[in-house]
Design a protein around this ligand. Sequence first.
Ligand SMILES: [Zn+2]
Length: 313
Amino acid sequence: MIGGKLASFATEANLKNNGDIIYGEYEGYEVSLFELDNEKTIFIDFYLPEDQQLTRDAIRKFINDSNIQYAIQSSSLSSTGIKVVFQNKSNVYDNIKEFFYTLVYFLKAKGVPGADTCTNCGKHLDSYTVVSVQGCVHTCCTECAEKITGSNKAAMLLKSRKNIFVGGIGALFGALVGTILWVFVAYNGYFALWAGVLIALLARLGYMLFGGKSSVAEIIYNILFSIIGVAVAEFLSECIDLYRNWHASGFVFKLSEVVNTAFSNLLSGPKYYMPYLEAVGIGSVFALLTVLALIGVKKRSSRLFTGVERLAQ
Ligand SMILES: [Zn+2]
């Protein structure tokens, strides 16, 4: 059971703690921390084939140079990752924490392929499977995950996750819910343009709930579906206005006629489409500001750790 300082470290670095292993993606690497026979260990997964001799030597040298400073008991380098065991000194948790950050940034600077590359075959991964082998957590493709868990009794599947396409469906779904809320607000006669915020928030939530991978695609989906959502919502709001006008005038009509007329109105000249475009513009600004704010929140939470970079110097 992992508790205390390691558990709070997991929270700080936004990692999962399943009770036995702390793991998750950090700065593009799948990392894991665990205690085995009272030995505190970190493991960073990557793909580094045997022929990458220079990088392997650089990592070895980096670890050797850090041995004393961080009280490293032992370390082992393989083509699928690096494992470092720490001496049980009183400041072991500080050592783990500091060295963890230092090592991740070192690997990143060296351009070692991390979580988006299969640890076993080196294939680029859009969606990946997470496998644990005695606490060491790897990301790999589905085929390699089957091979690893099939051939190694100590290996277990932690989970399959994170796909930008499935995430995109979630974002679309979220934006749709936001669009319905916008129309609901407009239907009740309230100012609705601010609901661009709702559309953007729900698109982002949908992306996350569907297991979307954190990437540029997330932001692109968020912006794209938010603007489409705003455009559709504003169009439906105009349909509602038209419906109300006709209804008040005592016309008998079908809903499809309302939609058709609203649509052809939009195309019939600047007098009609300019107000529509203005409304879509304002709604989109609300949505884009929300997307920016969400990126800001993310940046701030990851900036928490960069102080450690200085410790590496
Ligand atoms: Zn593979």
